[in-house]
Write a protein that binds this ligand. Structure first.
Ligand SMILES: Nc1ncnc2c1ncn2[C@@H]1O[C@H](COP(=O)(O)OP(=O)(O)OP(=O)(O)O)[C@@H](O)[C@H]1O
Length: 222
């Protein structure tokens, strides 16, 4: 490392996380450190415990043991959208903005525009298609521009155009120093990430990708 390099504190740190459902030991000592501006993929077989891990990182599920520390604000996009079917898209933006004490709806409207579903602003969530519900789910997680983002298969049901827009948005967030953790099943997109974290037997095995090595080489040149 070049002299004078200042390491930023991690945006997210999990140490020795354990979680069981009855006798089923799902997480068995997960460690994970994510620096600001890093994009991390959590991969693993069906039932490996990826969603359980993300819930524990988000604090919506209490781990049995271990610790999670995040610096700054947190956004969590669960696999199943938590929406009120009788409220419109616009009303969701309004309620979540009020809950987050945001000054206005500009950022919400910008996200709706970027994900391409403005025409549904006045539609009740219960009448939206699965993909559009997922867009709203993602919008609500991003609404307050969180420092740490936890996304559980965020593009399920997206059409190709929206999928590409999702990646544009995510890469922009990364370049603005946001730490992003994404659960993914798609092997072909692995090169987009800085770090692959494979959940095996309740623990994470991490592996840097070409993206990280290239970036570290750039830093080493400075
Ligand atoms: N609330 C629960 N009660 C009991 N068992 C659960 C509960 N939630 C998850 N499990 C079990 O824990 C294991 C891990 O589930 P989890 O949903 O975290 O896996 P996953 O890696 O996200 O799976 P997938 O790739 O299919 O989404 C599975 O065997 C699942 O059946």
């Amino acid at each position: 490392m070049p002299s004078g390099t200042v390491l930023a504190p991690p945006a997210l740190e999990a140490r020795d996380l354990h979680k069981s459902y009855g006798a089923h030991r799902v997480l068995r000592g997960v460690d994970l450190t994510v620096a600001p501006g890093r994009l991390v993929a959590v991969v693993g077989e069906n039932g490996a415990g990826k969603s359980t891990l993300l819930k524990a990182l988000a604090g919506v599920l209490a781990a049995d043991r271990g610790e999670v520390v995040h610096h700054g604000t947190l956004g969590y996009c669960p696999q199943e959208p938590v929406l009120n079917d009788s409220l419109t898209v616009e009303q969701h933006l309004r309620y979540f903005a009020a809950a987050r004490r945001l000054p206005g709806l500009e950022h919400g409207h910008e996200l709706v525009g970027r994900l391409g579903y403005e025409k549904y602003l006045g539609t009740a969530a219960g009448e939206l298609s699965g993909g559009t519900r997922q867009k709203l789910n993602l919008t609500l997680a991003l609404l307050h521009d969180p420092d740490v983002l936890l996304l559980d298969e965020p593009y399920q049901g997206f059409d190709w155009e929206t999928y590409l827009r999702f990646w544009e948005l995510t890469e922009e967030l990364r370049s603005h120093g946001r730490a992003v953790v994404v659960i993914t099943h798609l092997v072909f997109e692995r090169e987009r990430f800085d770090l692959l974290a494979d959940l095996v037997d309740g623990r994470l095995v991490t592996r840097a990708t070409g993206a990280t090595e290239a970036e570290e080489a750039r830093h080493a040149d400075v």
